[in-house]
Design a protein around this ligand. Sequence first.
Ligand code: AHG
Ligand code: MN
Ligand code: MN
Length: 332
Amino acid sequence: MTKTVTLQEFIMDGQAAFPFVSGQLTRLLTDLAIGAKIVNHQVNRAGLAGILGATDNINVQDEQQQKLDVFADRTFQRILTAGKSVAGIGSEEREDFILCGDAGRHGKYVVMIDPLDGSSNIDVNVSIGTIFSIHKRTTPMGEPLTDEDFLQPGDRQVAAGYILYGSSTMLVYTTGTGVNGFTLDPAVGEFFLSHPGMQFPEHGSTYSINDALLSRATPPVRTFIDGCRETSDPAFRARYIGSLVADFHRNLIHGGIYLYPSLVGKPEGKLRLLYECAPLAFIAEQAGGSAEDDQGRIMERTPSHLHERVPFYVGSRHLLHALNACRKAPVN
Ligand code: AHG
Ligand code: MN
Ligand code: MN
């Protein structure tokens, strides 16, 4: 029988390879996995527990908060704050960042989180997710955190990951040495390594975009999508779940590209740089894929504010090249 590896063992082994590290990142990743199990439990009970539906609240993104958005946000905040390794948390659901214990003087890390991704799919039993990004604080330990601790470029992330609450629940993460995926065995409440060394296929034949937005998209994006529709390759298909984590995960496994473009009247698109794009860009690049906005690599963007949005194109390298070729082609 092959030996199964739990997430906990995997994280601990990763730490053992770097004996000089303090163990705070190990603790932090472990806490995120605990939060994932709690949110997963609640997601699975949605409908029974009176937790479906919207709250009366509109969040900082100008979107109506769902009850599960609030539950997930509070759960991760509570667990990460108690863990002592986190100095501050930026959440898609909160206008300002949260400082953990003693004005964020002590924890080594800053966490950015989209607690519940794909909110519009909660009430209809379709896959949803959580996305997280971890940076080291920039201000010295013992001092209060400042804006700069939160507004760091993606290429300074020390870890990033997502949890997919799908037909099974998975946690996928990177610490900069490849991407590994773990599946939750609900019978024992443990994540097991199920997808070691995940890699974006270099070529893909799936494109994921909200078709209803296309008339407002830029000419290169429209040319690219026309090319996808008109290709003679019979394997080509459109798939759009409307939960970024789920669309990303499918494309990571089968090969494909996800696009949320710049739109007329909304040049920055919809997706948030710090909570959605930068962490998935880190994972994509670690898995041999690419992640860009209209200017280039997402990982090089330094955010100017917490809730900054950017156009987002992520997936198999070959498809990103094809999109870039449409940018360079003359528009007729
Ligand atoms: P969130 O639920 O965290 O606000 O994110 C929703 C995002 C993303 O998950 C999804 O791909 C996209 O919004 C869908 O937007 P459209 O409905 O505009 O296609
Ligand atoms: Mn989201
Ligand atoms: Mn969200």
